[in-house]
Design a protein around this ligand. Structure first.
Ligand code: ADP
Length: 253
């Protein structure tokens, strides 16, 4: 399912615009959203998953127009979201946690158990279905969060910094899981790590100055990094954003 953003504007009340005439189209597969801290990645994801209202421009999930009430409610049935921070009820089992998420998304009570098991299989957590969530590692908790977002089988899945705070081994595991989910879905992953994009995304967008300043494949992005040292065709805002990104690649483990 395609996600289309047309002339999207957004500002928090009383503050300068965060997104400014942003245009972008997401196709099935995994797309990375890169950008420095404060660029507006979380804001953009929140608009796509209907947590913030579309006030300027247009945002379509497939054919559903998020500017309309009916469009939002239909789109929600096909959207899954893994926020940057979420809490799990520690006494619940992994399977019950995911089944509950399926129920919240409107699945019939009888469908929730089987839907949870399917979702756990797709994040490779079937073996831990009966464990209480408080006993899990950071990477396992993150995969439970992904399974919860997948339980109603959404066509569009949005993940906000899914590898943040994980150690290198766990990060690798989460990347593998997310990469597999893009085979039959439109997946958007925000990150500030270029290496995340290198390993799991078929396409990448760079958010800077309120717009998607670059959209293409990872090799195209790499070529741009090299070019930017000799003066890139893109604006200085983008170059500054880029420099900060590159510094972070150097810092990451
Ligand atoms: P990113 O995810 O790229 O770090 P955010 O979308 O979190 O960026 O933030 C973009 C800008 O919007 C920042 O300047 C941030 O301070 C501001 N901002 C984020 N959330 C709110 C909010 N709830 N109210 C006011 N300003 C906000």
């Amino acid at each position: 399912m395609r996600v289309t953003l047309e002339g999207l504007d957004f500002g928090y009340r009383g503050r300068k615009k965060v997104l400014n005439d942003l245009n972008w189209t997401l196709e099935p597969g995994v797309t990375g959203l890169l950008g420095p801290n404060g660029a507006g990645k979380t804001t953009l994801l929140s608009l796509i998953v209907t947590l913030l209202p579309v006030r300027g421009g247009h945002l379509f999930i497939g054919e559903h127009d998020l500017s309309t009430t009916v469009g939002r409610s239909r789109a929600r049935r096909t959207l899954g979201f893994v926020p940057q921070r979420f809490s799990l009820a520690g006494e619940l089992t992994v399977a019950d946690t995911v089944a509950y998420a399926a129920w919240v998304h409107g699945l019939d009570r009888r469908e929730c158990g089987p839907a949870a098991l399917r979702a756990l299989e797709s994040v490779d957590l079937s073996a831990l279905a009966d464990r209480r969530t408080r006993t899990l590692s950071g990477g396992q908790r993150q995969r439970v969060g992904i399974a919860a977002a997948l339980a109603h089988d959404p066509r569009v899945l949005v993940l906000d910094e899914p590898t943040a705070g994980l150690d290198p081994g766990q990060r690798l595991r989460v990347r593998e899981v997310v990469a597999g989910l893009g085979e039959d879905r439109t997946v958007l992953v925000s990150t500030h790590l270029i290496e995340d994009v290198a390993h799991l995304c078929s396409r990448v967008g760079v958010l800077a100055g309120g717009r998607i300043e670059f959209h293409g494949t990872f090799p195209e992005l790499e070529a741009l990094i090299e070019d930017s040292t000799e003066g890139s065709p893109y604006g200085s805002e983008f170059e500054r954003a880029y420099d900060r990104l590159i510094e972070r690649v150097g810092e990451s483990p």
